[in-house]
Design a protein around this ligand. Sequence first.
Ligand code: G3H
Ligand code: ZN
Length: 283
Amino acid sequence: MLVTGKELLQDAHKNNYAVGAFNVNNMEIVQAIIEAAEETNSPVILQASQGGLKYAGIEYIAELGKLAANKAKVPVVLHLDHGTDFDQVMLCIRHGFTSVMIDGSKHELKENINITKKIIEVAHAVGVSVEAELGKIGGTEDNITVDERDATFTDPEEAKLFVEETDVDSLAIAVGTAHGVYKGEPKIDFDRIRTIKGLLNMPLVLHGSSGVPADSIERAVAAGINKINIDTDLRIAFTQAIKDFNKKNPDNIDPRKLLGPAKEAMKEVIKEKMNLFGSAGRA
Ligand code: G3H
Ligand code: ZN
């Protein structure tokens, strides 16, 4: 069933677990995520970045997402990941997304507050949940790159002010993770997560979570993270399975034989994440 982000994340917040938010770009990825969620009895968030929407077309992603959610035995959110402007967010709301992210993190605090408030006024009026971001998460997501030197951790007091001013439903915080493949092991500031959780008492979001060791994920969830974004780990599983298949079957010309194992490989990774995040069994 299709549900709002707020509904899903409030339960995660109350019961101290995290819901996985996995990036979708095509039908096989949507199916891998939904099958994993059903097999683990887990609530789940299907999210599309602006790059993903450009690649597949918003109509395809929206209809695939809604179809999958309506057929699913578990609660599913259809979410816009890293929306950067008002028009993009409105387009997603018009296409039936039940949750949107407005990422104003590259702006100064006041400007980020203003952009977020404007989105919330419209989104909340039509029952759509909103995620915002404060602080700068390093790495590359689609065509947005934040250099390591420019990455800044979220300030807890600023976060409190941000939430009071905007009434946002969930907040993405910068605490040491980065988008894409890590060069070394990420150093996560767990105390900062705990401090922000204590001040805000609301669902918190961890971006750039691929490649983060399992024990760090567990500690982040225990500290107060309720939504965990995963993209890169899924890309790796999918493309590696395709490479392996092609190596073993160089004469294959059937896309179904190629994409079937890729979907299965991705599904296994997603199931592992759902067990790790504590969302398994929570649907
Ligand atoms: O918004 C999407 C995520 O933050 C994905 O990050 O590709 O490092 O898993 P990742
Ligand atoms: Zn992200």
